[in-house]
Design a binder for this molecule. Structure first.
Ligand SMILES: NC(=O)c1ccc[n+]([C@@H]2O[C@H](COP(=O)([O-])OP(=O)(O)OC[C@H]3O[C@@H](n4cnc5c(N)ncnc54)[C@H](O)[C@@H]3O)[C@@H](O)[C@H]2O)c1
Length: 361
């Protein structure tokens, strides 16, 4: 009998960006992803480099202050992009030029044009074997996975309305203000999750019929300067053979109690309800003030496990050469709708599409 113990192949991963999301991903890659070898990270931010020196170098992870420097100093299989959205486009294109598979945080880029260019690039011969995936974390959460299974098994009949709220905690830190000001808009940044989930619940072949949005600024007043909102509601109609389904999507940045993210899928034979009452754990406290529970402060805590499942799914797809769980085209369509909602909010006009997918002016 041979005494050689086979070493399973692991995905050599580099990560660009070490902000809130990047830190979560690197911790998951280091400690919760047996098929991943976290090889290197890059960030231009001094405080994040200090964090990496302290927390990653002891694990043998190489740390760089730019993506170019990282790519010049090693061979990797894949790049996880957790940088600010404004650099996603250039970083995805750079990664593909280096022959790397890519897991890119949502949204895939700042706008539809950039997303289309990325999609076009994936169709080029030299890139066709690369796995390029947008990280839609909620697709990997058990409750949303089970909701999708329930819809597919016919449990609620035909889905007719998807009601989803993405209400973020009100946060007035410099980091948050900077994040909001450099952001492509509330529907592209936040609503894109619910647009993507709608596509996943209604089926990847679903197409938008129209959308309309309203919004206002009540607390993050600098959003007026960039034509964005801190509370906004978007309505999307979808084409179907009979009753056209509707998505109602409410995004907010001003919650005082924590992250509140309810979703309901109303069908002809039943309703699915996810996250309806936000709570941190199963503890209920009753005292002289009444009865209640703590609330999770942010999506990082609510979707902690989903981020791990997402990363491990991506690694398996690359290592075992399996199809990704959803196509990049879906992220591009999601961006088209999110951008149209952003436009509708600005112009006050409804945006319509024909059955051929083209905009009707
Ligand atoms: N899947 C989710 O639920 C989820 C949640 C939060 C954020 N995100 C996405 O993750 C990405 C990062 O968000 P975050 O909350 O971590 O933001 P953040 O501001 O905390 O971190 C941004 C990172 O980008 C880096 N960066 C900034 N400007 C750069 C530049 N010009 N060149 C290279 N790097 C630059 C910063 O140094 C930092 O490392 C965003 O695209 C965001 O939409 C996804």
């Amino acid at each position: 009998m041979s005494s050689i113990i086979p070493t399973p192949k692991r995905l050599s991963l580099a990560v660009a960006g070490l902000g809130r999301m990047g830190k979560q991903h690197v911790v998951n890659a280091l400690h919760f992803s047996p098929r991943i070898h976290l090889a290197a990270v890059s960030t231009p931010a001094k405080t994040e480099l200090d964090w990496a020196n302290e927390n990653l170098i002891p694990h043998g992870v190489k740390v760089f202050s730019s993506l170019d420097e990282l790519l010049a100093n090693g061979k990797f299989d894949a790049l996880l992009i957790a940088s600010a959205t404004k650099v996603h486009f250039e970083q995805v294109m750079t990664a593909m030029a280096h022959g790397l598979h890519v897991l890119c945080e949502k949204p895939l880029a700042m706008n539809l044009d950039q997303c289309k260019k990325i999609l076009e690039a994936t169709h080029q011969d030299r890139n066709k074997d690369l796995k390029i995936m947008t990280a839609f974390s909620r697709r990997f959460d058990l409750s949303y996975i089970n909701a999708k299974k329930a819809i597919e098994s016919g449990r609620i009949g035909k889905p007719v309305v998807i009601r989803c709220d993405n209400r973020d905690l009100y946060e007035r830190t410099d980091g948050m203000i900077n994040y909001l000001k450099n952001n492509p808009g509330i529907f592209i940044d936040s609503g894109v999750h619910d647009i993507d989930l709608s596509i996943s619940f209604l089926g990847e072949s679903i197409r938008p019929k129209s959308c309309y949005a309203v919004g206002s600024v009540s607390m993050h007043h600098e959003l007026n300067d960039i034509g964005d909102a801190d509370n906004a509601v978007g309505i999307i109609e979808w084409y179907a053979e009979d009753a056209d389904p509707i998505t109602y999507c409410y995004c907010s940045r001003i919650m005082q109690h924590g992250f509140d993210n309810p979703t309901e899928i109303i069908g002809t034979k039943g309703v699915l309800k996810i996250n309806l009452h936000p709570r941190r754990d199963l503890l209920t406290i009753a005292d002289a003030n009444g009865i209640g529970n703590d609330v999770m402060p942010d999506y990082f805590e609510r979707y902690e496990q989903a981020f791990v499942t997402e990363l491990n799914t991506f690694a398996s797809c690359v290592l075992d050469d399996k199809a990704l769980p959803y196509k990049l085209d879906t992220a591009v369509m999601g961006m088209e709708i999110a951008q149209a909602l952003q436009e509708s909010f600005r112009t006050g006009r409804k945006v319509c599409w024909g059955k051929d997918g083209r905009r009707v002016e």
